[in-house]
Design a protein around this ligand. Structure first.
Ligand code: SAM
Length: 197
């Protein structure tokens, strides 16, 4: 990744805190911590290239330990990032991590259903990694997608099949993008949302 010294410092602070918390709280699958920079940080960072250049508001559902939302906040401090995480311990970690990194990400310790369309009424991007099947993500994100947000959803090798299922319930224009970190994985971008079928 070609990033500034300040960005590296933010990411370093984040990974150091993740390492510290992981000793007592299960934030990421333990087997993935060793390769945290590729499995989580780089995997999250790559979705930035698919976001609109003018994005100023980003909502990440089911952020967990902060992937991809906190990585977005580290890379682009000018973007207002909302991290929506229903698990109280993980939400507490996200708050402390944002403080340690010196970024102003807003942490909502709540379910996505309670935030989209009420606490947050519009966004440029809505993302979610490893949260739910694509059709459910589109349903959760619908209040934001219908105001013009682009959806960015990293998916595995079943991305195309998930898109086929999604298209049965939702009228969307979507594109599939190769993952740079996992050869078989795809990132689904919901480019345009036209409502339910
Ligand atoms: C498998 S983890 C993925 C975390 C992170 N996005 C990642 O890729 O590492 C899913 C996370 O979503 C949270 N979650 C599940 N349902 C949710 C909902 N309806 N709203 C917000 N968060 C939710 C869980 O607590 C969990 O932290």
């Amino acid at each position: 990744m070609n990033v500034s010294r300040e960005t590296w410092a933010r990411l370093d602070a984040y990974v150091a805190l993740l390492d510290k918390w992981q000793a007592t709280t299960n934030l990421v699958a333990p087997s993935t911590l060793e390769a945290v920079w590729t499995r989580h940080v780089a995997d999250s960072a790559q979705i930035m290239t698919l976001a609109p250049a003018h994005a100023t508001v980003w909502v990440d559902f089911g952020s967990g330990a902060g992937f991809p939302g906190l990585v977005v906040a580290a890379l682009r401090p000018d973007i207002r990032v909302h991290l929506v995480e229903s698990n109280g311990k993980k939400a507490a970690f996200l708050r402390e991590a944002a403080r340690a990194m010196g970024v102003e990400a807003l942490v909502h310790g709540a379910r996505a259903e309670a935030i989209a369309g009420s606490a947050v009424t519009s966004a440029d991007v809505v993302s979610a990694r490893a949260l739910a099947p694509l059709a459910d993500l589109v349903r959760l994100a619908a209040p934001l997608l219908k105001t013009g947000a682009v959806g960015l959803f990293p998916k595995g090798r079943e991305a195309e099949a998930e898109l086929t299922v999604t298209a049965k319930s939702w009228n969307v224009e979507a594109s599939l993008h190769p993952s740079l970190t996992e050869p078989d994985a795809r990132i689904v971008r919901i480019d345009r949302f036209l409502g339910p079928r």
